[in-house]
Ligand binder design. Sequence first.
Ligand SMILES: [Zn+2]
Length: 113
Amino acid sequence: MHEMSLTESLIEIVAETARREGFDRVAVVRLEIGALSHVSPEAMEFCFSAVAGGTVADGAELDILRIPAKAWCLDCAREVPIAERYDPCPHCGGHQLQPTSGEELKLKELEVA
Ligand SMILES: [Zn+2]
């Protein structure tokens, strides 16, 4: 389960931000997870409560914003929604798609307690 190591990295970033900005308690950790990022939000939540114990994020809420996947279709010359990376274009059925969003995995913001 790679969410465990991702969560450990996330907590490190949170702890480092807390040190840098001088706070010692985090209430909410807001994360963006794209539909194409191969990260399970449920697994991330599970790992978070396990990893956050004893850190600045102990007891913090993990708020996950799910970013839907979109791609640019070269044939339609417009952005289209997709469910999976290699899905065909929902309009023309073409495969000339370049993902434009959905690959995010980033710390969006922290709310301080
Ligand atoms: Zn298309």
